[in-house]
Write a protein that binds this ligand. Structure first.
Ligand code: SAM
Length: 243
C-alpha cells in the first residue's frame, strides 16, 4: 500500500514532502477554494459525516488531517461531543482552525495538536470516534494509519472516513473526471498561483481506491462492521469501520 513502489512515485501518489508543501502554501486560500470548487456542498458532506458518526455528549473525538478545522467545527456545532481534538501535521492549516474555534461557544471542548496521522502520540483506547475528511487520500501509507487508528480507538469505537470516491453512474463519472481535470487546476491556479498542486489533487482523487476496495482495506486492517454511504452520487463516500 506504500505509494513508492520500485523506487518510483506514481502520479497522484502522495509523498510527505509534497503534501506538506502543498498545504502549507494553500492554507490561507483553502476554505475559499473548497467553497468555490464544491459549490458549497462540502459543508453538507461534513454535516452528513457527523450524523453518520453519531457522537453523544460523552464522546471523545479525534479529528485527523483536520486542516482548517471545518469537520472539527461541524462536530462541535452539530454533534456536540464532550471533546474534539483537531490535529494536522501542517501548523499553518491548524492556525486557521484555531481562529474558528475561538468564535465557538458551546459544550464541546476543542483542542489542537500537530500530529502525523500515521504515528499517533496517544495511548491505546483513548477515543470513541476518530475521523478524517479528505485526508486519508494524502497518506503515503494508509495501512500505518489504519493500525494506529485501531489502536487508539476504544473497543467498539468508530473510524469515520470522508473522502472523494468513485461515482457509480458512468456518464456522471466521465463528467466529474472532466471537471477534475480542467476546472480544479484552473481554479486552484487562480486562487493560489500554484496550479501544479491542484493537478496533484486531481491525480490523487483518480488514484484513490473506489468504495468497495477501501472497505476491503479496512477489513484487512482488522476493522469490523465496515460500511459506506455515497453522497452526491458517489463523488464522495463516508466509510464507517468499527475497532
Ligand atoms: C484536503 S485537506 C482536508 C482538511 C480538512 N479535513 C477538511 O475537511 O477540509 C488535507 C489535510 O490533510 C493534512 N495531512 C496530509 N497528510 C497528513 C499526515 N500524514 N498527518 C496529518 N495531516 C496530514 C494536510 O496537511 C491537510 O491539512
Amino acid at each position: 500500500m506504500s505509494s513508492q513502489e520500485n523506487g518510483a512515485t506514481r502520479p497522484g501518489a502522495p509523498t510527505t514532502d509534497r503534501v506538506k508543501h502543498i498545504f502549507s502554501t494553500i492554507a490561507p486560500s483553502y476554505d475559499m477554494f473548497n467553497a468555490l470548487s464544491s459549490f458549497g456542498i462540502d459543508r453538507l458532506w461534513r454535516r452528513a459525516t457527523v450524523r453518520l458518526a453519531g457522537p453523544d455528549s460523552a464522546s471523545a473525538v479525534l479529528d485527523l488531517a483536520a486542516g482548517t478545522g471545518d469537520l472539527t467545527m461541524a462536530f462541535a456545532r452539530l454533534g456536540k461531543p464532550a471533546s474534539v481534538l483537531s490535529t494536522d501535521f501542517v501548523p499553518e492549516m491548524l492556525e486557521v482552525g484555531k481562529r474558528k474555534a475561538a468564535r465557538y461557544s458551546g459544550p464541546t471542548t476543542i483542542d489542537f495538536a500537530v500530529v502525523d496521522a500515521q504515528a499517533l502520540p496517544f495511548g491505546d483506547a483513548s477515543f470513541d470516534i476518530v475521523t478524517i475528511a479528505f485526508g486519508v487520500r494524502n497518506l503515503p501509507e494508509r495501512d500505518r494509519n489504519f493500525a494506529e487508528v485501531r489502536r487508539v480507538l476504544k473497543p467498539g469505537g468508530r473510524y469515520v472516513i470522508l473522502e472523494f470516491s468513485t461515482p457509480a453512474l458512468a456518464p456522471f463519472r466521465v463528467l466529474y473526471h472532466f471537471y477534475l481535470k480542467t476546472v480544479i487546476p484552473f481554479l486552484g491556479g487562480l486562487l493560489t498561483k500554484d496550479r501544479a498542486s491542484f493537478q496533484y489533487l486531481n491525480d490523487s482523487i483518480r488514484a484513490f481506491p473506489p468504495q468497495a476496495a477501501l472497505a476491503d482495506e479496512l477489513r484487512a486492517a482488522g476493522f469490523k462492521r465496515v460500511s459506506w454511504r455515497n453522497l452526491t452520487f458517489g463523488i464522495v463516500a463516508v466509510h464507517l469501520a468499527e475497532a
